[in-house]
Design a binder for this molecule. Structure first.
Ligand SMILES: [Zn+2]
Length: 176
């Protein structure tokens, strides 16, 4: 049954992406961006930059991700999902006007930035699938985080944070 109630826009947009595109973990973010008409570029920026979102009137929106070797693939994926969040969550900010976000190591944690992080976490790690894989790996609690991080294409750190949000214990006592 289709869901009707959402805590916030981040949750609504993440849900819509899964409903409309038929995604599977690890989420193909290129497909999501393409569906939204966003041009995604990767290039090497100075190390403090993670990613950029740019919307200009009359041109496709642009996301640029820092692909410097110091940014691990899981980190780049989270940044791309975060920038897609800027596109969706920014769609109500004076539509048609210029919109620009620069995400760095120390980007101020505004309401918008937190909402984009939340969108990224929900897009990459939907609750129902996280619970399913978590249960499936109950026999292997010691390696569960690493296996799930690999399956969802996220860092172990991001996965642990998501499990915590969902009240799923990260370490379980081994059965005798
Ligand atoms: Zn941001």
């Amino acid at each position: 049954m289709a869901r009707l109630h959402f805590q916030d826009e981040a949750e609504l947009y993440a849900y819509k992406a899964w409903e409309s595109i038929g995604l599977e973990p690890p989420v193909d973010l290129g497909v999501v961006a393409k569906r939204l008409g966003i041009d995604v570029h990767e290039r090497e920026f100075v190390e403090e930059i993670d990613g950029v979102y740019l919307r200009l009137p009359g041109a496709p929106p642009v996301i640029a991700i820092n692909n410097s070797y110091i940014k691990p693939p899981a980190r780049r994926r989270f940044t791309l999902a975060h920038e897609i969040g800027h596109h969706l969550l920014g769609s109500r900010i004076s539509p048609g006007s210029r919109l620009f976000f620069l995400d760095t190591n120390d980007t101020r944690r505004t309401t918008m930035e937190r909402a984009c992080d939340r969108f990224a976490a929900l897009l990459l790690m939907p609750e129902s699938l996280i619970r399913l894989h978590y249960d499936q790996l109950a026999y292997n609690p010691g390696c569960r985080v690493d296996i799930m991080a690999e399956r969802f294409g996220v860092s172990a750190w991001a996965l642990r944070r998501r499990l915590k949000e969902l009240d799923l214990p990260v370490r379980m006592r081994r059965r005798a």
